[in-house]
Design a binder for this molecule. Structure first.
Ligand SMILES: NC(=O)c1ccc[n+]([C@@H]2O[C@H](COP(=O)([O-])OP(=O)(O)OC[C@H]3O[C@@H](n4cnc5c(N)ncnc54)[C@H](OP(=O)(O)O)[C@@H]3O)[C@@H](O)[C@H]2O)c1
Length: 283
């Protein structure tokens, strides 16, 4: 698997496996175990997915060495602020059953983000986390928080797919040396994206499915991707994107599909309150 070197020297496999909305107590463990058996070495979870324990179990029972699997998790916004974030980091470590997390992210950047970030920096220095990053930072949010940080985030995990290509924040991240992690790399299976004539033609040309063409586009754009699936054929197929390459003209044509609109707008008023009312990771 190809790797991307982050700004702190840590190397992350460019294609991984996402676990959003995969159920705990069986389904997640089974899907992660299968992804690992197909050669995947990068798993993305979050405190807010309630499946960290399943991910940890699947990795621990895989027969692979801990250092051969890259695991990302994220703190829920209920645990922002320095003291709460310290506890949140330890809660993730306990659920995963690991001594360290490879990459830990501020999942939704609202509230006392600088306090949480200080706890992240401290945990990184203590060896509890190898790399620290953020998620869902728009240009506006980035500009309000990142200048207060001592450590530049290694990644910003944002919604990114052919219909939402995030040019503005990507330019800022490129300047800062922050890697792009694309969530919803398949547009969450959006049927209109998956039936775009251009993508269907490219899939036929390369003998791939549309999902693989989309993932290949994102890989060539330099993004780190971790598509989610519970379908064994797709879990395996989504990893098979290194045996073909799109031409420069094909890349330009896919870039032109950008609508600049996605599922999630981090700048929308009331986002933090809505997220907190929908999900609480503890009382
Ligand atoms: N930081 C954040 O706020 C945030 C937000 C959302 C997601 N994420 C992370 O990013 C990961 C990926 O995003 P996502 O799960 O939202 O969406 P996604 O990976 O873009 O799409 C997943 C959907 O696409 C389907 N699918 C999978 N492979 C396919 C293929 N080859 N062709 C057609 N359809 C396919 C899946 O169905 P089947 O299961 O039936 O295959 C599922 O419905 C998440 O799992 C999570 O780890 C982070």
């Amino acid at each position: 698997m190809e790797g991307i070197k982050l700004n702190d020297g840590v190397v992350i496999p460019q294609v991984g496996f996402g676990t959003f909305k995969i159920q705990p107590n069986g389904e997640t463990e089974k899907a992660v175990a299968y992804a690992l058996s197909c050669g995947c070495r990068h798993i993305d979870t979050a405190a807010g997915y309630f499946n960290e324990a399943d991910v940890g179990r699947a990795v621990r029972n895989s027969g692979l060495r801990r250092e051969d699997v890259f695991v990302t998790s994220k703190i829920w916004l209920q645990d922002h602020g320095y003291e709460a974030a310290r506890k949140g980091i330890d809660a993730t470590l306990a659920k995963l059953g690991f001594d360290y997390i490879d990459l830990y992210l501020i999942h939704h950047p609202y509230g006392d983000v600088p306090g949480a970030w200080r706890a992240f920096e401290e945990a990184k220095a203590a060896g509890k986390i190898r790399s620290i990053g953020v998620s869902n930072m728009s240009v506006k949010i980035w500009q309000s928080f990142v200048p207060q940080f001592d450590t530049i985030p290694s990644v910003n995990q944002i919604e990114c797919h052919p219909y939402q290509q995030q040019r503005a924040i990507r330019a800022i991240m490129a300047e800062a040396g922050t890697a792009l992690e694309a969530w919803a790399p398949l547009g969450q299976g959006n049927p209109s994206l998956h039936s775009e004539p251009l993508l269907l033609d490219l899939a036929a040309k390369y003998g791939k499915n549309v999902g693989q063409v989309i993932l290949r586009f994102e890989v060539q754009e330099g993004a780190i991707v971790f598509p989610k699936s519970t379908n064994p054929e797709r879990i395996k197929g989504n990893l098979e994107v290194f045996d073909f390459a799109l031409t420069a003209d094909e890349m330009t044509a896919i870039r032109a599909l950008d609508k600049g609109v996605g599922h999630h707008d981090p700048d929308k008023p009331g986002v933090a309150e809505r997220l907190l009312s929908k999900c609480r990771v503890h009382d």
